[in-house]
Design a protein around this ligand. Sequence first.
Ligand code: IMP
Length: 189
Amino acid sequence: MREPHPVDEKQLGTDLEKVLVSEEQIRTRLAEMAADIDRDYEGRDVLLVGVLKGAVMVMADLARAIPSHVEMDWMAVSSYGSGTSSSGVVRILKDLDTDITGRHVLIVEDIIDTGLTLSWLVANLVSRAPASVNICTLLRKPDALKMTVVVKYVGFDIPNEFVVGYGLDYGERYRNLRSIGTLAPHVYS
Ligand code: IMP
């Protein structure tokens, strides 16, 4: 098991069972992804679209690692699912402020699990006639590989476990952790 960052340890006490991705691993990988994005979009203005609330940390750190101009906008969506499983039926809670017609859009996500929400989001954005729509996610779970939508930038492929931290929550808690990990069983009971 990787040791939690001292700040995480203080906030969590014994809540974190194991750290899957450390703060340093996140920073290193985001720098690599930012370099790829900067190279791929050279000469084109990119609009980063973050999906609230989970993508806040990824967006903040990824955007600052990109040395060229980027714009940022946000969407909030809610998936009509039964508890923890998403159904793919999505409602927009907050739409973009930006007209994306003719724009190069890069969706910034924290995690893709089934990918149902994201598939819907891509179809929705494509219908607005952008120049391109691509996806960047920090984490990807195995089920996402069944998705028909191609994910251009992936930070880490992780096992099919529920994780928290770095924007990801359990009951709105743990988003402010610096690392990403699994919760100890006592948290769920
Ligand atoms: P999908 O539509 O199944 O891909 O659901 C993706 C959304 O579910 C993510 O944006 C997260 O909000 C949430 N989610 C999926 N897996 C996890 C997890 O392990 N921890 C926290 N949230 C998760």
